[in-house]
Design a protein around this ligand. Structure first.
Ligand SMILES: NC(=O)C1=CN([C@@H]2O[C@H](COP(=O)(O)OP(=O)(O)OC[C@H]3O[C@@H](n4cnc5c(N)ncnc54)[C@H](OP(=O)(O)O)[C@@H]3O)[C@@H](O)[C@H]2O)C=CC1
Ligand SMILES: N[C@@H](CC=O)C(=O)O
Ligand code: NA
Length: 817
């Protein structure tokens, strides 16, 4: 035998009830014996509460009751054959007559006692259970109605009555002993006290009813039929990647449902746990969902936590003062007071010095709790032994839950790392001594971000989302977006990372789509955007979206975005950039950006600042952190100039080779930056700084390639013109080198704290002689690499290799989350 419990939505409409009939039929076909427990039709309990509360004030209730009646009648008319409808409608009318009498009593007395309230609410379940029993009669002759006030006995705590299991078990067994062949449809939620007055089992109590009956009858399974796919790893309205749990233990289910997951009423677990009866949560509206199983002997979980629960709105109350230290009875007095006055305490944390206690309550109880405490501890407050009691609002609880957490080190570290890295401020912390749960109190405004980031951190086998905002959509970004688009499926399929481009801007338009911009059409979407570019607004919208794992990418050559990096770091957002400006400006700014990123626990990655995608910054960093000392760096770091000297051969003019370099995407947006040596100077400066030298741009001894007329050309067009004019100059340089069997190379050197860049003619014996295309080469001489240098060589400019370097930096940020 098993129990099938259907919640409000599952009995709330004709379509839902058709699905219910299908579920019951499937079980009948399998000759399953079952007891059905139902809630009131969805929304009816709330309607009854409002109507009763209005009735106290004398507000007319007839329309509201007629409304509820109509919903039941519509179902009867749709699902019961005409000739059988009358008898059902008559009984329902009788229920509504009794309900009306009760409401009249409320109006007359201008009072709604908990006892009357329970009696009124019971009609929600009575009507639905009776109606459904008659609907099921159309498919099974033995279908019958049971009012559980006859079989579940409780004390007289109206609204949240305590079950007398001894009596109830006897009555339940006895009843079902005499109804072996019936298909019983029982009311959830309601019971009665020893004077046969109606009591209720708390909101969500229908689940509890099913466990009480299930445990008494020792059934094989309790099925909770609801409108979602079971218990999930987190609230799916806030965490898109939340997924349904296959199974979990009773304790885990209890912890998860205590904070938030409203799928099952926590007390339900106890009778089932004691009898080891599995509970299965099923979806009435999705027959393909196999269910979430809550049971003993679950498979070992592959993740350390089972799920994350959350409570949206709570307030905290803080008590502190010397009067609490060492006073054994203090907490006892405090919490018995709150319990006596029915203030539900959701979470408690106490400092080990016993100097302060913080506890969380529902916001509607906060003022009441404060007043009660003030009254109770008046003397202590007056004597200054207790400081004024403070309340904080607009908070949420996030709790990670799982039995595997027990005795597994590093879990709290992971939780706080994820929260800290994303700038989520933790207001208070609590861990149950069972180690099944770590709860943190955070601001409401951070809840969605926190849930997503913690979900990503713990369910690591799932790929993490990286939310990316890109400024600049030129040469490099176009290629980057196309690479991400092409490689996205691979990254997702291999559970590595899900890169979402949320924002794009150039100097004309901007586009922000929180769900992610479609990369197949990004250009069109940006062109069609009606939002004019405004970098400050772009950044402030990025911050206010408050997305987890967020990265700002600067793919411009402009100095403006770099003025915003510091502020971006302070919002716990990482920066990835191929723009060299921030790192080659004032040394103070460079140092400040590095330390700010470090302080806020975010990444500042700029591998492409030197040698495009070649691993140069990373290599330098690895040498230094592993304790090596850089003694010399020799390098060719201008892809453009390398290309020019590798191709300035035969009849081709210098002007034409420079044009080719620009067309191939090797040059800076302004090629004068390359040919004038500024770009190279920036790179050698960045290397010097990353080697630990506090060097400024003016400290680099920069040898020129260009004659003065070219170097001083006021525009790019004029520059090209001057290159033509100076053709003989460049030809002569080339010939002089060729005469000696040498080639021209623009070489940078960093040694003894000094940096220089100069044009040299080098022979075949020189390691930099044999280069092609836009090759860069960098030779590190270090204490460890002293006999033979460590050399990195390869194409050091071009959209494809640069975008690839930015892409790799993005994936690194993702991996660090
Ligand atoms: N080419 C290469 O091999 C390498 C290049 N880099 C670096 O890559 C960077 C980008 O180069 P590249 O793609 O060729 O440059 P592009 O000129 O092709 O693109 C620059 C983009 O930045 C936008 N932009 C400029 N200023 C702003 C601003 N203030 N606000 C918003 N958007 C702005 C431009 O907008 P709009 O279109 O409206 O003008 C354009 O979309 C440079 O810093 C360069 O040093 C680094 C390594 C190698
Ligand atoms: N314009 C640069 C591109 C890489 O930083 C170069 O030519 O090296
Ligand atoms: Na690089």
């Amino acid at each position: 035998m098993k129990i099938l419990k259907f919640g409000g939505t599952s009995v709330g409409s004709v379509d839902a009830l058709k699905a219910l009939i299908d579920v019951v039929k499937t079980n009948l076909d399998k000759q399953e014996q079952m007891v059905i427990v139902v809630s009131a039709m969805g929304g009816v309990t709330n309607q009854l509460i409002t109507t009763a509360e209005n009735a106290i004030k004398g507000i007319d209730f007839s329309e509201a009751l007629a409304d509820i009646e109509k919903r039941h009648f519509e179902v009867v008319k749709a699902l019961i054959p005409v000739q059988q409808q009358n008898q059902v409608l008559t009984k329902l009318k009788l229920f509504f007559q009794e309900l009306e009498d009760l409401m009249q009593g409320v109006t007359a007395l201008q009072e709604l006692s908990p006892k009357t309230r329970d009696a009124i609410l019971s009609y929600g379940e009575q009507c639905s259970a009776f109606m459904i029993s008659r609907i099921l009669k159309t498919i099974h002759e033995g279908a019958d109605y049971l009012n559980t006030t006859e079989i579940i006995k409780t004390d007289s705590t109206f609204g949240n009555a305590r079950v007398d299991f001894e009596q109830s078990n006897f009555l339940i067994k006895n009843y079902f002993e005499h109804h072996k062949d019936s298909l019983i449809v029982a009311t959830g939620f309601i019971a009665s006290d020893d004077q046969n007055r109606v009591t209720t089992l708390g909101r969500g109590g229908s689940d509890y009813t099913s466990a009480i009956i299930g445990a008494a009858l020792n059934v094989s399974q309790i099925e909770i039929w609801t409108d979602v796919n079971g218990m999930m790893t987190a609230d799916p309205r806030r965490v898109k990647k939340a997924f349904s749990l296959e199974e979990l233990s009773y304790t885990e289910a209890m912890e998860l449902s205590f904070f938030g997951a409203k799928v099952i009423y926590p007390p339900t677990m106890i009778p089932a746990f004691l009898k080891k009866i599995p509970i299965v949560i099923k979806n009435t509206f999705d027959a393909s969902f196999p269910g979430t199983f809550i049971k003993h002997d679950i498979k070992p979980s592959s993740t350390v936590i089972r799920g994350i629960s959350s409570v949206d709105h709570i307030s905290i109350i803080n008590l502190q003062g010397s009067g609490m230290v060492g006073k054994a009875g203090f907490s006892g007095r405090l919490f018995s007071l709150l319990s006596r006055e029915q203030v539900n305490v959701v979470l408690i944390t106490q400092s080990s010095s016993e100097h302060s206690i913080t506890f969380a309550v529902n916001p509607e109880d906060a003022k009441k709790a404060q007043a009660l405490i003030q009254q109770e501890f008046e003397l202590e407050l007056q004597a200054g032994k207790l400081e004024p009691i403070t309340i904080e609002h607009d908070l949420s609880i996030l709790a990670i839950v799982g039995e595997n957490m027990k005795k597994t080190p590093g879990i709290a570290g992971k939780l706080f790392h994820a929260l800290g890295r994303n700038g989520v401020n933790v207001v208070a912390i609590a861990q149950g001594s069972s180690e099944y749960n770590i709860s943190v109190i955070i601001y409401n405004s951070d809840l969605t971000k926190a849930l997503n980031t913690v979900h990503d951190a713990f369910f690591a086998q799932l790929q993490k989302n990286l939310n990316v905002f890109i400024v600049g959509v030129g040469n490099i970004s176009k290629e980057l977006l196309s690479q991400i688009n092409a490689h996205h499926a691979y990254l997702v399929e291999n559970n590595l990372i899900n890169i979402k481009i949320i924002g794009l801007t150039n100097t004309k338009k901007m586009l922000i789509e929180p769900a992610g911009i479609d990369l197949a059409n990004w250009q069109q979407s940006l062109d069609e955007s009606t939002e004019p570019a405004d970098l400050n607004k772009f950044v402030s919208e990025m911050k206010s979206l408050n997305l987890p794992n967020c990265v700002f990418v600067d793919n411009t050559a402009s100095p403006i975005p770099s003025t915003l990096y510091k502020d971006i770091f302070k919002s716990n957002i990482s920066v990835v950039t191929c723009n060299k400006i921030a790192n080659s400006g004032d040394y103070k700014q460079f140092a400040d950006l590095r330390s700010t990123a470090q302080k806020y626990g975010v990444d500042f990655l700029y591998e492409t600042n030197v040698g495009a995608g070649l691993p140069i910054i990373t290599t330098l960093h690895d040498l230094i952190i592993s304790g090596d000392k850089i003694t010399k760096i020799e390098a060719i770091l201008s892809g453009t100039i390398s290309f020019i000297f590798n191709n300035f051969k035969g009849d081709v003019t210098f002007h034409d080779v420079v044009k080719q370099a620009q067309e191939k995407g090797y040059t800076e947006p302004d090629p004068r930056d390359d040919l004038g040596g500024i770009d190279f100077m920036r790179k050698i400066l960045i290397l010097a700084r990353n080697s630990g030298l506090a060097m400024e741009a003016a400290d680099v001894d920069l040898g020129a390639i260009l004659p003065e007329n070219c170097a001083k050309a006021p525009t790019v067009e004029a520059f090209y013109q001057e290159l033509k004019v100076s053709n003989d100059y460049f030809e002569q340089l080339k010939k002089d080198a060729e005469k000696q069997g040498k080639v021209l190379r623009y070489i940078g050197k960093l040694e003894n704290g000094k940096a220089s860049i100069s044009l040299q003619a080098v022979g075949m014996d020189h390691p930099f002689y044999a280069l092609s295309g836009s090759d860069n080469i960098i030779a590190f001489t270090t204490e460890r690499y002293c006999e033979t240098q460590m050399v990195v060589k390869g194409p050091g400019a071009g959209a494809a290799v640069t975008a690839a370097g930015v892409f790799a930096d993005l994936v690194k940020v993702g991996a660090n989350q």
